[in-house]
Every structure is written in C-alpha cells, then in structure tokens.
Design a protein around this ligand. Structure first.
Ligand code: FES
Length: 126
C-alpha cells in the first residue's frame, strides 16, 4: 500500500486556499518544536460564518495537505463547527495519514484554534 493516500498527494500538490488573507479578522500561527514546521491560518469571519480562509505552511507534505484539507472543511461553515474540527477529522478526510505523521494534522487543528482565539480576543466587530 502506498504510504500516502491519493487525497494527501492531491492536496500536497494542489493545495487549496494557500496565501494571505488581507482582510482576515482572526490569524493564528502555530509550530511544532520537534520538526520545526510552522503553520499560519487566516480567517475572515462574518455573522458567525467562516466566509473565507487561507493558510501559509512552512512544513512537510502532510502539514500542507492537512492545512489545505482543514481549510476546505471549515470554509463557509459556522464558527461553532470550525471550533469542533479535530485533527482526526482532517486525517480521515485525507483518507488517513501514517501514524508518525498524525502530528501534522494536529498542527492544522491548532492553527484554526489559534486563529479563532485571535478572532475572539481582537477580531470581533472589526
Ligand atoms: Fe512536522 Fe509534518 S513533520 S508537521
């Protein structure tokens, strides 16, 4: 069996929602101290809906695929739903990740959490 699913390879090669969101009202940056990978998530929230989302990931292929899939899973969804997104759901949507790459999906969950926290603390009403 291939180490990475077709979906992982697809999102790695053609990541969705890459870039900077100039009018974001929630931005979160997280990193993994062990591997050194960094992920930045930008959210544009309006009326409690994630209207737009973009990311920048300096990291491994699984981190890029995880952030791409995570943005797809929360785009257009209520904030409450985005808040509940787990790394397992991201990995599942990618048809799985190798065990030792699960931490890459954790980074995606944490980046969204950090961006939502930033929105709650600074972005509301912005
Ligand atoms: Fe660290 Fe993938 S190896 S995020």
């Amino acid at each position: 069996m291939a180490l990475y699913s077709e979906k992982v390879m697809d999102h790695f090669r053609n990541p969705r929602n890459v870039g900077v969101l100039e009018d974001a009202n929630g931005v979160g940056t997280v990193g993994n101290a062990k591997c050194g990978d960094i992920m930045k998530m930008y959210l544009k929230i309006e009326d409690d809906i994630v209207k737009d989302v973009k990311f920048e990931t300096f990291g491994c292929g699984s981190a890029i695929a995880s952030s791409s899939m995570a943005t797809e899973l929360i785009k257009g969804k209520p904030v409450e739903e985005a808040r509940k997104l787990t790394n397992e759901a991201v990995a599942e949507a990618l048809d799985g990740l190798p065990d030792y790459k699960m931490h890459c999906s954790v980074l995606a969950q944490e980046a969204i959490e950090a961006a939502l926290k930033d929105y709650e603390e600074h972005g509301q009403g912005a």
